[in-house]
Ligand binder design. Structure first.
Ligand SMILES: Cc1cc2nc3c(=O)[nH]c(=O)nc-3n(C[C@H](O)[C@H](O)[C@H](O)COP(=O)(O)OP(=O)(O)OC[C@H]3O[C@@H](n4cnc5c(N)ncnc54)[C@H](O)[C@@H]3O)c2cc1C
Length: 379
């Protein structure tokens, strides 16, 4: 663990480690088929509620006990470091983009989400085949939305999507961007494609055709769409970074055991200096990534603007995880690529992290712009 965790956080960490040993690992070992997963997920949720982890991503007004960014980062990294899909069920639903919702958005969406009765998806990415980015025309008290969104994770089973749209006034002049909550069963929503990415996520491309929603479905105000979307993405970027470093920790642990085990050459692979150098690189990179992650989480807790630091962390931690897990595969050899091997699954999972929540090079461009044009960011 990086140094300087408070006594309180050390206690939380220790109880999280016990939770992983006593609940997650035995349940993971008991999974025999995909059909069992829903039942086992319910067991994880129940145990997490009893242990108090469930409430750490939830606001106090919904019965939650929100944790600091540092605590959540530490826990997310620990969850990833056991390489079990079941850890995805430990935290309860979080408000995400709806965090400051008022009126109908609060009663009909945010509150049911917090009770676990509704689920939303995030529709940000535009389709490459669209003639123009998704747009909305103001028509009295309504917005009329047209466009295409792609890669909406969980979009086909979600109750609603929060979509970024460019709003124009009735005369065609620009009114700004808005995040709009759209019911999935609105007759103007058409699912054009459903697909699965290599790490197992299910996604949807959807079209909006003269879709009408009340202007009360706008989160905040028209003009606030992009900053709201990016604010939400910022939190998720730190989450992805913690996931990436946790994956590195699991991979290093796995490689260590492999290097100590028997090898057909007659002596363990870990005896060879060349192998040790590769292993050392895995540790060096992971050490730096974790130091970056924890520093940024601490900065975020001060309330400072950490947009650029979060970008730097996300790029570094996810690219590090790509290299570390690739090296783990290399050192374990061909067996790591056999379907069903844990490194095979991890190798597929880690690839998406350099694209989700902002492709690495796009983030590099934003980081440079933040400093050179907006004088934001620190070293
Ligand atoms: C597993 C997964 C889940 C996802 N879930 C969601 C979701 O729930 N909701 C959602 O809205 N989206 C989602 N996405 C989409 C994701 O946000 C996009 O894939 C990502 O932002 C990159 O956009 P793109 O795929 O359109 O690639 P593009 O924007 O076309 O970029 C492709 C590549 O081109 C290069 N490039 C592009 N523009 C520039 C530039 N200006 N300068 C230099 N190089 C450039 C970069 O190398 C970049 O990686 C998901 C993606 C994945 C893989």
């Amino acid at each position: 663990m990086p140094d300087q965790l408070s006594e309180e956080l050390v206690t939380v960490r220790d109880s999280a480690l016990s939770f992983l040993e006593d609940v997650i690992k035995p349940l993971e070992a008991s999974v025999e088929s995909d059909e069992q997963r829903a039942e086992i997920a319910a067991k994880v949720r129940h145990a997490s509620q009893a242990a108090g982890f469930y409430y750490k991503t939830q606001p106090a007004e919904y019965g939650g006990k929100p944790a600091s960014t540092l605590e959540l980062t530490m826990l997310r990294e620990l969850w990833a470091a056991v390489n079990s899909q079941l850890t995805g069920f430990i935290f309860g639903p979080a408000p995400g983009i709806l965090h400051a919702a008022e009126g109908v958005l609060k009663t009909d969406y945010l509150e049911p989400v917090m009770r676990g009765e509704k689920r939303g998806a995030f529709a940000f990415t535009e389709s490459d085949s669209a003639k123009r980015p998704t747009w909305a025309r103001i028509d009295g008290d309504e917005l009329v939305i047209n466009g295409q969104k792609s890669y909406v994770t969980g979009g086909s089973s979600a109750d609603f999507v929060s979509a970024l749209v460019n709003v124009e006034n009735a005369d065609g002049s620009k009114a700004g961007t808005a995040m709009v909550v759209i019911d999935r069963d609105n007759p103007g929503v058409e699912i054009s494609r459903q697909y699965t990415s290599m790490e197992g996520g299910g996604h949807t491309s959807m079209e909006f055709k003269d879709l009408r929603v009340s202007s009360s479905q706008v989160i905040g105000k028209i003009g606030e769409g992009m900053p709201r979307a990016l604010g939400n993405i910022g939190n998720v970027r730190l989450m992805v970074s913690a996931q990436a470093t946790g994956m590195c920790m699991w991979a290093i642990d796995f490689v260590e055991q492999h290097l100590a085990g028997p090898h057909r050459s007659g002596s363990p692979l870990g005896d060879r200096e060349g192998v040790r150098m590769r292993y050392a690189d895995m540790r060096i990179e992971t050490y730096v990534a974790r130091s970056t992650l924890y520093r940024t989480a601490r900065l975020a807790d001060t309330g400072d603007n950490v947009v650029n630091e979060t970008i730097a962390t996300k790029v570094f931690c996810t690219e590090t995880a790509g290299r570390v897990i690739d090296m783990a595969v290399q050192l374990v050899g061909g067996q790591a690529l056999v379907r069903g091997h844990p490194l095979e699954a991890l190798y597929r999972q880690v690839r998406s992290l350099r694209l989700v929540e902002g492709a690495s090079d796009l983030l590099r461009i934003n980081l440079a712009k933040g400093k050179l044009e907006l004088k934001k960011g620190r070293l």
